[in-house]
Design a protein around this ligand. Structure first.
Ligand SMILES: [Zn+2]
Length: 73
């Protein structure tokens, strides 16, 4: 019966939310790095994206092909 689930309707707390990167309570208003708490978290998130791209690219590397070919059935 409690409808205080939506953060925007909570009145006794300021408009804060946990940083998606580190969980630090972050203010939405006047935040140049939103949705992150800081430029650092923003950059880390971008870096995570970049490394994901590298992982995907690495799957085409000969190394994984060698693993598959070693197990010839
Ligand atoms: Zn953060």
């Amino acid at each position: 019966m409690n409808q205080a689930q939506n953060p925007t309707t909570v009145t006794n707390t300021p408009a804060t939310y946990p940083c998606p990167r580190c969980g630090t309570p972050t203010v939405w208003q006047n935040n140049a790095n939103k949705p992150f708490c800081s430029a650092r978290c923003k950059l880390i998130d971008l870096g995570a994206w970049a490394s994901e791209d590298y992982k995907i690219a690495a799957q085409d590397a000969p190394f994984s092909d060698e693993l598959m070919g070693d197990d010839h059935i």
